[in-house]
Design a protein around this ligand. Structure first.
Ligand code: NAI
Length: 250
């Protein structure tokens, strides 16, 4: 695909690995300058190095998305370094797999990172995009934003909340040239799911849950994010795009 993102600027949170790194690399491969952000600095710099090695342009800025001041500084850095902000992939997230999300600190952390983090990002990004009169935001939700997950109240609630925020932003800024969409990945092979994938019995269960019979790859989510950001999706806003190998097609 050639979207012709030369001269465009993209920001990706949670870009030190997994889906965020794949999106950052894909934006850069299409010509965009990328602001790579995460709380894992070494791996974030590694993403920047991978982009540079492939001939792309990127900078790293540490940002804990649960801290509104850090999010403000992140968006300011994009404008300072590259003069504008065209695309934002609000992707940073945690999955408290194995922890009891009914414990207050665990619940609070899920809300802070997965939900408040997306809101902080959206409101700062929108300020810049409003001034430009154009922009595209994609938030990472999950299939757990659409269907329940009996084990994880926090993850389920925050990922449903991300879709709510996405629809809100789409309506709020529809006439201002900003499109806001979400991606809803199924089970994707990333560091987040590595412990599951490494367990052969668990791997069999996961593969069996998905009609396509396999886990997804981060690049398959990145492809959806880039399409949502591109002018090919110029009439698409407020949409939770499911990329799950058929897992929610039942
Ligand atoms: P990952 O764990 O590889 O990547 C998440 C990144 O977010 C990490 O680099 C981590 O350091 C960063 N991060 C964590 N807390 C942060 C914070 N407070 N501020 C900034 N960065 C922070 O996981 P993956 O799979 O790439 O996840 C990306 C997104 O996709 C997450 O929002 C996740 O919930 C979502 N997702 C993942 C699925 C999967 O099966 N892997 C399925 C559905 C959704």
């Amino acid at each position: 695909m050639n979207y012709g993102f030369d001269g465009k600027v993209a920001l990706v949170t949670g870009a030190s690995g997994g889906i965020g790194r794949a999106t950052a690399l894909a934006f850069a491969a299409e010509g965009a300058a990328v602001v790579v952000s995460d709380v894992n600095d070494d791996a974030g710099e590694e993403t920047v190095a991978l982009i540079a090695a492939a001939g792309g342009k990127a900078t790293y800025q540490r940002c804990n998305v649960a801290e509104p001041g850090e999010v403000k500084a992140l968006v300011a850095r994009a404008v300072q370094d590259y003069g504008r902000l065209d695309f934002a992939h609000n992707n940073a997230g945690i999955n408290n797999m194995g922890a009891n999300e009914y414990d207050d600190p665990v619940w609070d952390r899920a809300i802070a990172v997965n939900l408040s983090g997306v809101m902080y990002c959206m409101r700062e990004e929108a300020e810049v995009m409003l001034a430009q009169g154009k922009g595209a935001i994609v938030n990472t939700s999950s299939i757990n934003g659409l269907v329940g997950n009996g084990a994880q109240p926090g993850y389920t609630a925050t990922k449903h909340g991300v879709i709510g925020l996405t629809r809100h932003g789409a309506l709020r800024w529809a006439k201002a040239g900003i499109r806001v969409n979400a991606v809803c990945p199924g089970v994707i092979e990333t560091p987040m799911t590595a412990p599951l994938a490494a367990n052969p019995d668990m791997r069999k269960v996961i593969d069996g849950m998905t009609p396509m019979g396999r886990m997804g790859q981060a690049e398959e989510i990145a492809a959806a994010v880039l399409w949502l950001c591109s002018d090919q999706a110029s009439f698409v806003t407020g949409h939770p795009l499911v990329v799950d190998g058929g897992a929610t097609a039942f």
